[in-house]
Design a binder for this molecule. Structure first.
Ligand code: SAH
Ligand code: DHB
Ligand code: MG
Length: 222
């Protein structure tokens, strides 16, 4: 009943602000054909990511967790002219579908995908002197969120945004006794984010077609 209401309003907002887009629709269709779980950000959330990237004129974006490249396309399209994006993905099938979806979107020259465990790839980015990234979107396995945030801090500069998906997970996150490793991972991340002196951060609750969840949004200050 409640989800039904949220979904109806989500569709209303979507129809107004993010009307059907053949490339994004084909991206979702390819991910469903491949049997991927429905874990993409919603269209309205994709639009929010786009606005955040555009508001800082992001020229370099890092994403952790590509799935089929849906959020990747929202962010890749929002890069300032000449900008580049890197997305990290561990699953070879997800990576292959993402690459095909990026090609269809005309972003294959702009977005690079690195295949592997993000915790294996991230140290290399620091060693290579890659970055620094203007925006990092953390959206992979939840138990390691706090580790990804530590790496994001090494790979960003004052003014960068670090955005993390799925930090509410229904009401579960407010329960310190919840034993789900995803919930525990998100709680550990939220606590690390709140305690981190180098960022100003908050978490925003969201409701919509994907249920009740939220984003953490942080700006790096030093
Ligand atoms: N950002 C996407 C959704 C990502 S779903 C969107 O909104 O469209 C989470 C993705 O993270 C999955 O594709 C999963 O394979 C990937 N993932 C999980 N653990 C990972 C790890 N350790 N390293 C890199 N990617 C990982
Ligand atoms: C899950 C992961 C996500 O990134 C998401 O946006 C929704 C659900 C999950 O692991 O269930
Ligand atoms: Mg997510």
């Amino acid at each position: 009943m409640v989800l039904e209401t949220w979904t109806r309003v989500d569709r209303y907002i979507e129809n107004l602000f993010s009307p059907a887009d053949p490339v994004l629709d084909a991206t979702l269709e390819a991910s469903r054909q491949a049997g991927f779980p429905t874990m993409e950000v919603t269209p309205n959330q994709g639009k929010l990511l786009s606005i955040l990237a555009r508001s800082i004129q992001a020229k370099s974006i890092l994403e952790i967790g590509s799935l089929g490249g849906y959020s990747t396309i929202w962010l890749g399209r929002s890069l300032a002219p000449g900008g580049k994006m890197l997305t990290l993905e561990v699953d070879p099938t997800h990576a292959a579908v993402t690459r095909a979806n990026l090609k269809r979107a005309g972003l294959d020259g702009v977005v690079e995908l690195k295949l592997g465990l993000a915790l294996d790839t991230l140290p290399g980015l620091v060693e290579e002197g890659q970055g620094l990234f203007d925006l990092v979107f953390i959206d992979a396995d939840k138990p390691r969120c706090a580790e990804y945030f530590s790496w994001a801090l090494k790979l960003t500069h004052p003014g960068s945004l670090i955005i993390t998906d799925n930090v509410v997970r229904n009401v579960a996150v407010s329960d310190p006794n919840n034993r789900d490793p995803n919930v525990q991972g998100v709680r550990r991340f939220n606590e690390a984010l709140a305690a981190e002196p180098r960022v100003v951060a908050t978490a925003v609750q969201t409701v919509g077609s994907k249920g009740y969840d939220g984003f953490a949004i942080a700006v790096v200050t030093s």
